[in-house]
Design a protein around this ligand. Structure first.
Ligand SMILES: Nc1nc2c(c(=O)[nH]1)N[C@H]1C(S)=C(S)[C@@H](COP(=O)(O)OP(=O)(O)OC[C@H]3O[C@@H](n4cnc5c(=O)[nH]c(N)nc54)[C@H](O)[C@@H]3O)O[C@H]1N2
Ligand SMILES: Nc1nc2c(c(=O)[nH]1)N[C@H]1C(S)=C(S)[C@@H](COP(=O)(O)OP(=O)(O)OC[C@H]3O[C@@H](n4cnc5c(=O)[nH]c(N)nc54)[C@H](O)[C@@H]3O)O[C@H]1N2
Ligand code: SF4
Ligand SMILES: [Mo]
Length: 740
């Protein structure tokens, strides 16, 4: 057996740690062993336990091997690629010609480790005139995006490695990571007597167990806790007045809004002792640096967007922005749109934040006879029939479309509903990359080469979109001829030809991604071919960020620097530092250049916070539907055997609740919400607050031997959502439990 260690990345969370994989097996196509890759500029050798089981992703028995077409009776038949491309292009072209391209909705474009499909799909969408799209971000991050854009004019991330105080709000990084080398960073914080770890979570999570201060908030009451924290900062004058004077507008408006609230009543409302809230506020208010991260525990919960606003007040009032150990503005390789463009969705008029239609309103946009409804959908590298609220209604919506095309590696819950299923190569059978590049001061990008060729059948998304665009008449061989000729002469000649023939021609410019793949891609090493689209993206980056690029060693005029970066990405499969920032670069991106606190829409909500909603006696429990655990990774790995622990994905419950119900550890209960019911296995855990139960995320997948665990969104509803941006309240689902 050969031993062949090759660089790639873990694809199971957005950290995308660099790893090395030992290939083996008779055909050299087995992922045998894994180790963190020390050469990766960000992860530097770190990896958690999950990538050791990545072979379950690569060897999924439900892998799609051929294009499929739905028969009238609902079963699928295998078709060849030529037929699939011809028919998909014809069906979508007909929808465009009859109802307009805006009726073709695009969902997905990538998961935790694969963002090149979305880049290539831009060409297909342009050919079809598709205008509306969404992705998982519009069920988690759009509230934070909106607030970040209005307050700071930019997304921020946090420097936990150097902070004196680290705060996690509705976030369990021990399991969910999201920051580099999470466990090392957490242990260092916890161990150092001069540093303080603060966790705000109703559950005594693995992270909370390491914390110096755990604010074990009552589920769904973070708004009151944060009002109390900000209230103490103001009352005890823990405000950084120099920072505020230099950078912040609107403090008085915050004071006025908070004056309506009593700190002790807010502490009572969130059920955290006032003394502990004051202790946390004082620690935050007097620390040299505070890094703070909010995630799904509050972003998928009541008052989510307002909580994102209040959370920013905590670190902005205390001056924790733009210096080591605090918050910074990252520079991802592609420019992310964060804010509100003022556009709304065509049927229900939902706000489009960050270019995305709220996920919870997609079904409403389809299940209507409104003229502007979505009639067709392309779903790529996503599983909305499982991952979005109210799966039964989502299935109904997807089934009622004129045409549903799914591009995936496996037969997912969504693919089962499709008219056409197009099989993609896995992330180890093609070049891939992600645009989750948020690190600082050095920011890195990794173009991962394919580890081996795809089996006969599946194709990389770049190829699928190129073929679809060709079938739709995007360009001719004559259009590509000068580019192909130039590509033979090297990057510089190609760059000149690309500018002249593509960027100077509107129609072709819209097809830039697939044209790069079809021309430049053909002269790239075969295992890096799908990286062709980065040629255009590095150009865009260089035009906007020449100085950061120069500091990372890519000097010269932007086109030259871009080409040097592109070449480095091709040559360095372990990742390249493409931007070197410094703290003095961190500035608010608002039009005034100052941080804005006086945002009346949020302050009105803050002012009118009454008391937490009493529990509905029919649903006395709060269910967090979709917790991250040691062996969960959304629905990226479908084989339940990959989970070393907790195979059935148990419902976690406090022992007092269990004894009240008369159920023991390992017992079964019926869990019901207003939307649905499921039979679940119980795991007793005194880490839960009484009255709060939780189910893991990503389980209940339709599998060979029947589903393991509960699909959380069989139990959730689309109307339980944030009033500003429509994000779901999945962590706060009223529920009833009966012993079976
Ligand atoms: N192992 C693993 N890691 C992952 C993923 C995965 O599937 N598995 N998915 C990745 C993705 S896509 C994401 S978005 C991130 C999400 O990462 P996290 O947001 O950390 O994940 P969750 O476990 O869903 O929720 C976090 C915490 O919210 C808490 N919570 C519940 N209700 C409340 C409340 O009312 N208030 C507060 N303050 N907290 C509450 C829960 O107890 C839980 O500890 O994880 C990423 N990392
Ligand atoms: N109730 C509840 N629902 C939730 C959550 C929750 O906490 N509670 N969490 C939500 C969050 S934060 C997120 S991010 C979403 C995630 O939900 P989705 O965005 O729907 O994505 P994943 O479950 O990650 O599914 C990824 C899909 O990509 C496919 N895939 C893998 N590799 C490739 C590839 O190379 N090419 C192609 N074309 N496909 C590929 C996989 O087979 C899988 O079908 O779930 C959300 N849903
Ligand atoms: S932290 Fe995330 S990317 Fe890194 S090894 Fe673990 S699951 Fe993979
Ligand atoms: Mo997510």
């Amino acid at each position: 057996m050969s031993t062949d260690w090759r660089p790639t990345a873990c694809i199971l969370c957005e950290c995308n740690c660099g790893i090395e994989v030992e290939l083996g097996g008779e055909d050299g196509r087995q992922l045998v062993r894994f180790r963190g890759d020390k050469r990766h500029p960000i992860s530097k050798g770190y990896a958690c336990e999950k990538p050791h089981r990545l072979s379950f992703y690569q060897n999924d028995p439900h892998r799609l091997t051929h294009p499929l077409r739905r028969r009238p009776d609902g079963t699928f038949e295998t078709i060849d690629w030529d037929t699939a491309i011809r028919e998909v292009a014809a069906r979508l072209g007909r929808v465009r010609d009859t109802h307009g391209g805006a009726s073709i909705f695009y969902y997905g474009g990538g998961g935790q480790g694969n963002h090149l499909p979305g880049a290539y799909a831009s060409a297909t969408r342009r050919m079809l005139g598709s205008r509306y799209r969404s992705s998982a971000l519009a069920q988690e991050k759009t509230g934070e995006f909106l607030v970040a854009d209005r307050m700071v004019g930019s997304m921020t991330r946090s420097d936990f490695e150097h902070c004196e105080v680290g705060v996690f709000l509705g976030k369990n990084p021990w399991h969910s990571h999201s920051i580099p080398h999470a466990r090392v960073t957490l242990k260092a914080l916890a161990k150092d007597p001069d540093r303080t770890l603060v966790v705000i979570d109703p559950r005594r999570t693995e992270t909370a167990q390491m914390a110096d201060i755990h604010l074990q908030v009552a589920p769904g009451t973070d708004a009151w806790l944060l009002v109390a924290l900000v209230g103490v900062l103001l009352e005890e004058d823990l405000v950084d007045h120099d920072f505020v004077a230099a950078h912040v507008d609107g403090l008085q408006a915050v004071r006025d809004a908070l004056a309506a609230h009593s700190i002790s009543e807010c502490c009572a409302a969130c059920d955290v002792p006032e003394a502990l809230v004051r202790k946390a506020a004082r620690r935050i208010g007097t620390a040299a640096s505070v890094a703070s991260f909010e995630d799904l525990g509050v972003q998928m919960n009541r008052h989510s967007t307002v909580v994102s606003y209040l959370h920013r007040l905590v670190w902005l009032l205390t001056g924790n922005f733009g210096k080591p150990g605090t918050q910074y503005t990252p520079t991802p390789l592609i420019r992310w749109i964060y804010g509100d463009t003022g556009k709304v969705s065509p049927v229900v008029g939902a706000p489009i934040i960050a270019g995305l239609v709220p996920c919870n309103q997609i079904a409403d946009e389809i299940l209507t006879d409104h003229e502007a409804r979505y009639r067709a959908m392309i779903v790529e590298a996503s599983n909305p029939a499982h991952s979005l609220a109210d799966s039964p209604r989502m299935r109904q919506a997807l089934s009622s479309l004129d045409t549903l095309v799914v591009i995936d590696i496996a037969m997912t819950e969504t693919a089962r509903l499709a008219d056409y299923v197009l099989p993609a190569s896995t992330q180890f059978e093609k070049a891939e990359a992600t645009f989750f590049n948020f690190e600082f001061p050095d920011n890195a990008f990794q173009l991962r080469p394919a580890l081996f060729e795809p089996p006969e059948g599946p194709l990389p998304e770049a190829e699928i979109h190129a073929r679809l665009c060709e079938e739709l008449g995007a360009f001719t061989d004559a259009d590509l001829a000068p580019l192909r000729a130039a590509a033979q002469q090297g990057l510089q000649a190609f760059g000149a030809a690309f500018l002249q023939h593509v960027m100077g021609n509107r129609q072709l410019a819209h097809q830039a991604a697939v044209i790069l793949y079809r021309t430049l891609g053909e002269v790239l090493p075969a295992d890096r071919k799908e990286g062709a689209v980065l040629f255009g993206l590095t150009f865009q980056f260089a035009m906007a960020n020449a100085e950061l690029l120069a500091r990372a060693g890519f000097e010269g005029p932007p086109p030259m620097a871009a080409m040097a970066l592109f070449q480095a990405l091709l040559d360095t499969p372990t990742g390249v530092v493409y931007a070197r920032s410094s703290w003095s670069d961190v500035k608010p991106g608002t039009p005034s250049g100052r941080i804005q606190l006086d945002l009346p829409e949020f302050l009105t909500e803050v002012r009118s916070l009454g008391t937490p909603q009493p529990r509905d006696p029919r649903f006395p429990f709060v269910l967090s539907a979709g917790e991250r655990r040691s062996f969960t990774a959304n629905t990226i790995i479908r084989d339940p055997a990959w989970r070393r622990k907790d195979a059935q994905g148990a419902l976690r419950m406090h022992p007092d609740d269990a004894s009240g119900l008369g159920v023991g550890d390992g017992g079964r209960v019926r869990l019901s919400t207003k939307r649905g019911s499921a039979d679940v296995l119980v795991e007793l855990s005194d880490t839960m607050r009484p009255g709060h139960v939780s189910l893991p995320n990503g389980l209940g997948l339709a599998y060979a031997d029947g589903a393991a665990g509960v699909a959380p969104n069989e139990l959730t509803s689309t109307e339980d959502r944030d009033p500003f941006v429509g994000t779901p309240w999945h962590k706060h689902v009223p529920a009833r439990i009966e012993v079976i």
